[in-house]
Design a protein around this ligand. Structure first.
Ligand code: ASN
Length: 605
């Protein structure tokens, strides 16, 4: 998420737009044919009031940035720039080289921006999104690919809406994934595919619900967000193996064709088979070819040619492929399977056995994997189900919804990350909240279980969820003064989003009680210690009035303006004088001297 700029009133996010081609920026030539045109898109977008707010006074002096107009419900103003690739391409002319260029551009500018938008043609957009999902390792910021079916320069275009929503998503949401935004849906990039050539809803993810939708509001399905199970820093894997092919099986396919696809230097083949993974197993000569290729260490992955559904071993015709050594690709799209294979094959640190193992894992949420229950907690659930004579799936489901939260809470209390992982695999929702709206993450933060907090963050638990008392996990960490946990939460996108007046009230209460440690925890969590309450008084006013010199001493270094006046025109020093707190007057004078030395115009009256 955009780095929290805690002392600033304006919240801004920076998004880098990478324009690589596609209909969105195309212009018709004299004969009516659409072509990408260089150096036009950014200039023209500046003139669309919906895309650029000329009146916005930015905090930065970077005039090259464009600014999205304010949007209700979006806390961050999105500032963006556009870089254009040369040549701009129709996406049907793109391949591995272009995926590498896009990945490199994101990698090169990763630290400077809060999110990325890639403007791309729709035809092969799903391939690029899938490739980037694998190449951008340990991503912690959104990368949104979008495009249009009608050029943004035409009166009736979907391009403007797609661009605006993508910018909002990239600048305002903590989704550490490569996404596709199209026709109001936010899709996981490596689950997306192009389904329609003539609809504004050209792309979809047939085997997975969208990660969100842009309707009247942008709604995010946070439970679906995929977060890697580690907190490694972002890294770029910019190489892909080119020796990968997609072989679609059709009735009566000849041996020559299959041989041609499996020939050296091919190292990986995605086999698109019929239905739920069925292959013409009565063609022994074809099976022999597959066997021989696998013996030469070619990795063959089986996916279905149907647009939805997955490969199974329901039939003899699918089981025999597994027997030959073909890897089941579950419900991966052809785009995900192809790019994943190119990615895994390009990992020199993995031998062929491990490459095959990695192909069976869901690396970025690109496929659904099935796990079989085998842990004690599940045995317990089985046992209870039997004792209570529960037979129907509904009864069991209801029981699980009662049991799992208790088991999750017990595992959190024990700090048992392994058990939490197991529970997740067996269907417990670690993001669930109880009747008070409190999540496992609230509990882990409250108990100070740093390992559990990290685990829950990487497992995708929402960070900014408010309980019934309007408290987030960050509040729990503040209340236990656990700075490691506070920092882990902040690093991953947690925000102290109390209203300034609420924050000022809290600071007042802590000041009155002399809670310096807690004030410091608030500051570490992003609170601005100089916030004023309804009467215009800051924590420093109260500390001076009450004569708490330790709090004054703590607060002063955080006040660049210690003579800030309240609604009555009184500065902190006036309260100290009125109450005759000599020691505090000395502290204030000392701070004045410090500030005068920094800036001779400063003077405490
Ligand atoms: N041919 C175009 C492309 O993929 C289609 C589009 O963008 N709508 O670049």
């Amino acid at each position: 998420m955009p780095a929290e700029k805690c002392t600033c009133l304006k919240k801004e996010a920076r998004v880098h737009v990478i324009y690589v081609g596609g209909t969105i920026g195309m212009i018709r030539d004299e004969s009516g044919v659409l072509r990408p045109e260089h150096n036009v898109l950014a200039k023209r977008i500046c003139d669309f009031p919906s895309c650029h707010d000329r009146n916005y006074i930015r905090k930065t002096d970077d005039e090259s940035l464009m600014v999205l107009p304010a949007v209700a419900g979006a806390p961050y103003r999105v500032l963006y720039d556009i870089v254009e690739f040369c040549p701009l391409l129709d996406s049907s002319c793109m391949g591995i080289c272009e995926w590498q260029r896009m990945a490199n551009e994101v990698g090169k500018t990763y630290k400077t921006y809060d999110g990325f938008v890639i403007l791309h043609g729709t035809d092969t957009l799903a391939y690029s999104a899938s490739a980037l999902a694998f190449m951008l390792e340990n991503l912690s910021k959104p990368v949104v690919l979008t495009g249009a079916q009608i050029s943004i320069f035409e009166a009736r275009s979907d391009g403007r809406e797609n661009l605006l929503s993508s910018l909002l998503i990239a600048g305002n949401y903590n989704i550490p994934e490569v996404l596709v935004f199209f026709g109001n849906k936010i899709l996981r990039g490596c689950r997306s595919t192009k389904l329609h050539s003539d609809s504004f809803h050209a792309l979809d993810s047939p085997n997975m619900v969208p990660l969100g939708r842009a309707g009247v509001n942008i709604e995010i399905n946070s439970r679906q967000i995929f977060r890697p199970c580690n907190t490694k820093p972002f890294s770029l894997h910019s190489v892909l193996d080119k020796n990968v092919a997609l072989l679609r099986i059709y009735p009566g396919i000849s041996l020559n064709i299959v041989q041609a696809f499996l020939k050296e230097p091919i190292k990986g083949v995605v086999l698109q088979t019929f239905g739920s993974g069925n292959f013409p197993v009565n063609r022994e000569e074809l099976l022999d070819e597959l066997r021989a290729a696998i013996a030469r260490n070619v990795i063959i992955v089986n996916i279905t040619q149907c647009s939805s559904g997955m490969v199974t071993n329901t039939y003899e015709t699918s089981q025999q492929l597994l027997d030959v050594g073909v890897i089941p690709g579950h419900d991966m799209t052809q785009e995900a399977a192809f790019t994943k294979l190119a990615y895994v094959l390009s990992k020199p640190e993995l031998d062929v056995i491990n490459k095959k193992k990695v192909m069976l894992l869901s690396l970025r949420g690109e496929m659904t994997t099935n796990k079989v229950a085998k842990i004690n907690d599940i045995d317990l659930i089985e046992g209870v189900a039997r004792t209570l004579h529960m037979s129907t799936a509904l009864e069991r489901k209801q029981m699980c919804s009662t049991f799992y939260p208790a088991l999750v809470a017990a595992a959190v209390t024990e700090g048992d990350v392994q058990k939490l992982g197991d529970l997740k695999q067996y269907g417990a929702n670690l993001c669930d909240t109880n009747c008070d709206g409190r999540s496992a993450l609230h509990l882990a933060c409250f108990l100070g279980k740093a390992n559990v907090v990290c685990f829950l963050i990487t497992a995708g638990c929402p960070l900014n969820v408010h309980d019934r008392f309007n408290r987030t996990p960050l509040h729990e960490a503040i209340d236990t003064d656990n700075h490691d946990i506070i920092q882990a939460l902040l690093r991953n996108g947690a925000k102290l989003n109390d209203q300034p007046l609420v924050q000022a009230e809290l600071l007042r209460a802590l000041t009155e009680r002399g809670k310096i440690k807690r004030l410091e925890s608030f500051r570490v969590a992003g609170a601005n210690l100089t916030l004023a309450d309804r009467t215009g008084r800051t924590a420093l006013h109260y500390a001076c009035q009450l004569g708490n010199h330790e709090v004054v001493e703590y607060l002063l270094p955080h006040y660049d303006n210690p003579y800030i006046k309240d609604e009555l025109g009184m500065a902190p020093i006036d309260y100290a004088k009125a109450a005759n707190h000599a020691h505090i007057l000395t502290l204030l004078r000392f701070r004045e001297n410090e500030l005068v030395n920094q800036d001779p115009c400063t003077c405490i009256k």
